[in-house]
Design a protein around this ligand. Structure first.
Ligand SMILES: Cc1cc2nc3c(=O)[nH]c(=O)nc-3n(C[C@H](O)[C@H](O)[C@H](O)COP(=O)(O)O)c2cc1C
Length: 336
């Protein structure tokens, strides 16, 4: 009895130990790349709170953008847990292969290719999920990037362009044949952006067709949903994005549920305050006071959105332009 319980928890937590190249993950939960959110302070926080792997904000394959302050900050992985994953975005094989090499030289230990982002800014240049419409180009890109570097290369996709053009299973085969080491699939099409609900049948289908690790993504926002998606798709791991905004402890909650079925109580306000204040301090130290306190505003809004009177609090908070006052206000608001 005890043995079967132990093997149950081991199976859910480690899922047969997801292996990405030589990197064996210590869990099944991955923080999704989110531009403007998964910066270094947030990645470190999510790792501390139970994410087995974290993916940073995409960096452009365009070398002209490399020296901008934004890209430099995105490329900063000082003090992070290994393996360091860098996601690259671009529209052609040669520049993505070059970008992969460049980022490996700068310390990337896993390269992730972005074919999942629906943003117009990315897609107008036929990058991100727009690439999914051109399977020959996808083939060229994944082969070029895999051959350019000695580290594992992973791919993040959507189901296809729209519901009339779902080709994720063909893309998955292309990826596997090229030597991609893990595939993350967001259960929406490009044209759905973030509307409606993610669907998981296609992810289950992909899982049954390829033998590299499959990572299910889309709308996983609770421990119960996480277990449902794992069971339904048979995926090796889960990728969580928006549900971690303002709730980085979701990784610990899901890990605990997968391990022993225990449902966590709501995080007490004092505990939220402690996590948030430490997050804000990290933001100030990483970005400097001017930018740090502006970036803190959106995180504070996410952390507080389920608390009483949060709209009023947010209005008052957003006009403060001093780090000490910001900290004091959060402390007072979340007191008891
Ligand atoms: C603000 C924001 C930024 C995002 N940026 C990226 C990105 O840089 N690269 C990428 O592949 N996906 C990006 N995504 C998509 C997420 O990685 C993820 O696939 C999507 O949010 C669905 O997962 P979720 O329902 O858990 O949020 C972004 C999503 C959001 C909300």
């Amino acid at each position: 009895m005890i043995l079967s319980y132990l093997s149950y928890s081991w199976q859910y937590l480690n899922g047969g130990n997801v292996l990405i190249g030589k990197y064996r993950l210590n869990g099944r939960l991955i923080l999704a790349p989110m531009a403007g959110v998964t910066d270094q302070p947030f990645r470190k926080l999510c790792r501390r709170m139970g994410a087995a792997l974290v993916v940073g904000e995409m960096v452009s394959a365009n070398p002209k953008l490399r020296n901008t302050r934004k890209t430099q900050l995105r490329m900063n992985h000082d003090g992070e847990c290994e393996p360091i994953v860098v996601q690259i975005a671009g529209g052609d094989a040669a520049s993505l292969a070059e970008a992969a090499k460049f980022n490996v030289d700068c310390g990337a230990q896993i390269i992730d290719i972005n074919m999942g982002c629906p943003a117009k800014k990315v897609c107008n240049k036929a990058a991100g999920s727009a690439l999914l419409r051109d399977e020959r180009l996808v083939d060229e890109i994944v082969n070029a990037v895999v051959n350019a570097v000695d580290v594992p290369v992973t791919l993040k996709i959507r189901l296809g362009w729209d519901r009339d053009f779902i080709n994720a299973n063909r893309i998955a085969k292309i990826a596997e044949n090229a030597g991609i080491q893990a595939l993350a699939v967001h259960g929406r099409t490009r044209c759905e952006f973030y509307e409606g609900f993610a669907t998981y049948d296609e992810i289950a289908d992909i899982k049954s067709r390829i033998s590299i690790p499959v990572i299910a993504n889309g709308d996983i926002d609770s421990a119960q949903k996480a277990k449902f998606v794992l069971d339904y798709t048979g995926a090796d791991a889960l990728m969580i994005g928006r549900a971690a905004q303002g709730r980085p402890w979701i990784f610990n909650e899901i890990n605990q549920f997968l391990q022993n079925g225990a449902v966590s109580d709501d995080m007490p306000r004092r505990a939220v305050s402690k996590i948030l204040i430490s997050h804000m301090r990290e933001l100030y130290s990483f970005y400097g006071e001017f930018l740090g306190l502006r970036i803190a505003r959106k995180h504070v809004a996410w952390y507080c959105k389920t608390q009483a009177d949060h709209l009023q609090f947010r209005r008052e908070f957003n006009v403060i332009d001093n780090c000490d006052y910001q900290l004091q206000m959060v402390e007072d608001y979340l007191k008891s």
